[in-house]
Design a protein. Structure first.
Length: 305
């Protein structure tokens, strides 16, 4: 395909680290072959393996392409096999296109006649681009929804237990509340020992040695578990107000309330933290609300009613 004599073509290829998403896209070699066939020189092709939900700013390969693309002395064409190779996040997608087209770059999507040496010229073209970006994000959200539905099916239909063994049951929480009112159990360590003793006593007779060993291991309750429970795991006044609203919808279903409150706290994570690979996992962990925390709060509210 003929190029403008003063236009330098830079190719970008990306494959996802998400296995389910990866099955629906071209391999890295296929993308590079397509870029080469289009006419991008081998030395001008940049590639990476990263999830489409991760900001391009995290990629060293994209940083190298970006350094050349933003050189004011050169006119650059950024070539992709599809818009989704740029990003599957709506805002990251639009921000990237806007940044480079504002600096004089154009985009070409191989096999897309509408997007050959493309840069938005008016509101209609910007709208068309937004629709492409939304389609990419919508695809990612469908994958996420399918994953959640699969986990729900395994847990509630097949009865497969997911995640780590549950540390505290609602019965344990009720017993902790009772023991915490007694003078002999003012220390969380003593409460943990008391709960552990009760759970050990409840292990049925007749288990073989390996089964009994596993049961005894799962019966143990540590002091930190009790301490975190008593501390309500960082619930705020705003959380309490939201819990009261959720209670109208879910009644006393502590697990449902905890899930909805966790989702609300995750949604409130600032965008700058969501884009930080180190800070985001910590924010997710801090946003998680335990069912036992909801139970303790509702129990206290009922006692003061």
């Amino acid at each position: 395909m003929a190029k403008s004599s003063n236009l330098i073509s830079l190719g970008w290829a990306r494959v996802s680290t998400d296995k389910k998403e990866d099955r629906k896209e071209q391999t890295l070699d296929q993308q590079i072959d397509a870029l080469s066939t289009y006419g991008v020189p081998t030395e001008n092709i940049y590639s990476d393996k990263m999830s489409g939900t991760i900001s391009l700013k995290k990629s060293e390969q994209w940083a190298a392409l970006s350094e050349r693309a933003l050189d004011p002395k050169q006119k650059i064409e950024i070539v992709l096999v599809s818009w989704s190779r740029l990003s599957r996040d709506f805002y990251d997608f639009l921000a990237a296109v806007n940044q480079y087209t504002t600096n004089g770059c154009v985009f070409t999507v191989i096999g897309e006649p509408r997007y050959q040496k493309y840069a938005p010229k008016d509101a209609m073209e910007s709208f068309q681009l937004a629709m492409e970006a939304f389609g990419a994000q919508d695809y990612r959200e469908r994958i996420s929804k399918a994953t959640k539905e699969s986990l729900h099916y395994k847990k509630h239909v097949l009865g497969i237990r997911l995640g780590r063994p549950e540390k505290l049951t609602l019965e344990d929480c009720a017993e902790i509340n009772r023991l915490a009112q007694l003078e002999d159990y003012t220390n969380p360590r003593l409460i943990a020992e008391g709960i552990t003793a009760q759970r050990l006593a409840a292990i049925p007779e007749g288990l073989d040695d390996p089964e009994r060993e596993r049961a005894e291991k799962h019966a143990a309750v540590s002091r930190p578990i009790v301490y975190r429970y008593l501390a309500l795991t960082g619930l705020t006044e705003a959380d309490f107000m939201f819990i009261d609203l959720l209670k109208e919808q879910h009644g006393d279903d502590c697990e449902a309330i905890a899930k909805d409150l966790t989702a609300a706290r995750i949604a409130a994570i600032p965008e700058e933290i969501a884009d930080d690979e180190e800070a985001y996992p910590k924010a997710l962990k801090a946003s998680t609300v335990l069912r036992s925390s909801i139970y303790r709060y509702l129990t206290k509210e009922a006692a003061h009613a």
